[in-house]
Write a protein that binds this ligand. Structure first.
Ligand code: GCB
Length: 596
């Protein structure tokens, strides 16, 4: 229909205009539109939404978002889609998991639902989308309100001036196509899930809005807390950290930055103490639960609250046989229980920002966290649009999680070739992370130099921790090279083995010996742990990986669409032999017997 309707404006344009997308690519929903949501009353928009896949972007070309609700018999023209009826899908979800025909679908899709509102004339209204992969364009009542890039960070849209009393129609166009300028780019070793896969919520606020609240121990101090607040529409705010601080904060142009004398009980894995925090400004109020700790590096040591710590970690993806990339509380709790059984004090949330609940649980349970953005493998490092996207994802992650004491490391990339363009791009990200947050360590997962057999990376000068992904005994067959690298290298800062491991297919189709067998994987864990424990500058490890995970690029007979380096199979129940080997190694380490 719409080729000849008023919506498409011009029939030929709708068919032949390849510039149709530019009006909907403003990237205006980014870290600058974020608000602080902790403790706010929330209205969930989860549940069934009307859904349609749109491989050809017909909906953008024909402006489906402008169609009015109408019963089919009353429509006067043929139409290609009706946003208001037909198939529904649950939000949050990934379409790949819902129907076989969508398993490998990469493209655009339309989500539509009614939202009944009674807007308060003295209030404001914000929509939050927890995550939508990768480009999400927001339309309310037929009007485009902006788009967001990035598959794993939340974004906000202020609806105040667009919402109407009564029925409103909210539409999201969500596009997971892999493209050259994206972060990550086309090639990854995890599944390209699409869809709105984290919660969608509405927040009503008064006219005054607390946009940000940042709390931490002041750098190098145990008796001063630094506070930064950002508020629209007030000239002072009041902070209450229960049992510790009650203070008025004057705001200049909406921003207040102070340091207050206070000696909080320190947060640590042994004592994950959290304080209840309330911030009020005008009629607005937010809450949080915040721990205070210091994380620093000194030479090749990592210091937590002034004492050297060894990171007994495990890497995890967000992936589940039944849920895809959707995370729920039960899945997270199982993950943390498994980490506890491994005797971990550390977790690497690979390779993109995980659900915010992960770091909240880590705060409660005393697990240190490595959080990262998907600057993964080949990225178009010379492209300013790619850089802007990476910078925005980093800013959104830091703004979302910087009150989490558990998060001790921001990682700015994974296994990127050491080129000039990459150095400029990633040193810029390191500087950005430090400027936004001077209270954490900066890392990246680097590669060893295979020619010189040394830990060597020009980015290291910009990092606090050199992450090393190494697969000696697996991709690099000569295990003894790991010993050589150990001897040849003399890093001036701590190294964390951010990945090591091997595949093991323990299904009925798996082998009983050799590559891909459980025994082979176990042997690699034995050799890796005994070798790494002897290297004094290695200050932790996060082997690859807790659970087997889906990935399009693994199609070998023992893989069949899965990366099987998990210590636990895809059922998230069956432990492989390597699980106990790592658990025992960490138990010895925790008792101070790890170093031989
Ligand atoms: C790596 C990557 C990770 C892969 C892993 C593997 O180095 O960082 O994303 O999944 O190796 O299994 O090859």
């Amino acid at each position: 229909m719409l080729e000849r309707s008023e919506l498409a404006e011009n029939a030929l344009a709708a068919l032949h205009d390849e510039g149709y997308g530019s009006a909907y690519d403003t990237r205006s929903l980014n870290h600058q539109t974020m608000i602080f949501t902790g403790g706010r009353p929330v209205r969930s928009l989860d549940g069934d939404w009307n859904f349609c896949v749109d491989l050809l972007d017909t909906g953008l070309r024909q402006k489906w978002f402008a169609m009015q609700p109408e019963t089919p018999v009353n429509r006067i023209e043929p139409w290609d889609y009706d946003p208001y009826m037909g198939e529904t899908v649950p939000v949050p979800s990934n379409w790949q998991i819902l129907q076989d025909k969508w398993y490998f679908f990469e493209g655009g899709s339309w989500y539509t639902r009614a939202v009944d509102l009674d807007p308060d004339p003295d209030g404001r209204l914000f929509l939050r989308v927890g995550a939508a992969s990768y480009d999400c364009k927001v339309f309310l009542n037929g009007k485009f309100l902006g788009n967001h890039l990035g598959a794993s960070t939340p974004f906000f849209v202020e609806l105040t001036d667009h919402a109407q009393p009564g029925r409103n129609w909210l539409m999201l166009f969500v596009d997971n196509r892999r493209q050259a300028d994206r972060v990550p780019m086309q090639n990854t070793d995890w599944f390209n899930y699409g869809g709105v896969y984290r919660e969608v919520s509405l927040f009503e606020t008064p006219k005054t809005v607390i946009r940000d609240l940042v709390l931490s121990l002041a750098p190098d101090s145990y008796d001063r807390i630094s506070v930064r607040v950002e508020v629209e529409g007030a000239d002072h705010a009041h902070l209450d950290i229960k049992g510790l601080i009650q203070i008025d904060i004057p705001l200049v142009d909406g921003v207040g930055t102070i340091e207050v004398e206070a000696s909080p009980q320190l947060w640590s894995p042994e004592n994950p103490h959290l304080y209840d925090v309330t911030l009020t400004a005008g009629a607005d109020e937010v809450r949080d639960r915040v721990g205070f700790r210091q994380i620093q590096r000194r030479g090749t040591d990592i210091l937590l609250n002034g004492k050297p710590i060894w990171l007994r970690g495990i890497a995890v993806h967000e992936d589940d046989r039944e849920l895809g990339k959707v995370t729920n509380e039960a899945d997270l709790i199982r993950r943390f229980d498994h980490a506890r059984d491994l005797n971990c004090n550390f977790m690497r949330l690979a390779h993109y920002p995980h659900h915010e609940r992960a770091a909240q649980l880590a705060d409660e349970r005393g697990i240190l966290i490595w959080a990262e953005i998907p600057v993964y493998w080949a990225i178009d490092f010379a492209n300013p649009a790619t850089r802007a996207d990476a910078e925005n994802q980093l800013a959104e992650l830091i703004r979302r999680d910087r009150n989490r004491a558990s998060v001790v490391i921001w990682s700015i990339g994974n296994e990127n070739a050491d080129t000039d363009a990459r150095l400029a791009f990633m040193s810029g990200l390191a500087a950005q992370a430090r400027a936004m947050d001077p209270t954490r360590l900066i890392a990246a997962a680097c590669l060893v130099n295979h020619q010189t057999l040394r830990i060597e990376d020009r980015l290291a000068d910009h990092l606090d921790i050199i992450g090393i992904n190494e697969y000696y005994g697996w991709y690099d067959e000569d295990f003894d090279d790991l010993e050589r690298i150990g001897r040849n290298s003399n890093p001036d800062r701590p190294v964390v083995i951010s990945e090591t491991g091997a595949d093991a297919d323990i299904t009925a189709e798996g082998p009983s010996e050799g590559l891909f067998s459980e025994a082979y994987q176990a042997e690699i864990y034995r050799k890796q742990t005994s070798t790494l424990a002897r290297l004094g500058y290695v200050k932790g490890m996060s082997p690859w990986i807790l659970y087997d995970f889906r990935t399009e690029r693994r199609q070998g007979i023992y893989q069949r669409g899965w990366n099987r380096k998990g210590l636990i199979a895809a059922d998230k129940v069956t432990r492989k032999a390597a699980f106990d080997i790592l658990a025992e190694f960490y138990a010895r380490h925790a008792q101070g017997q790890g170093h031989e």
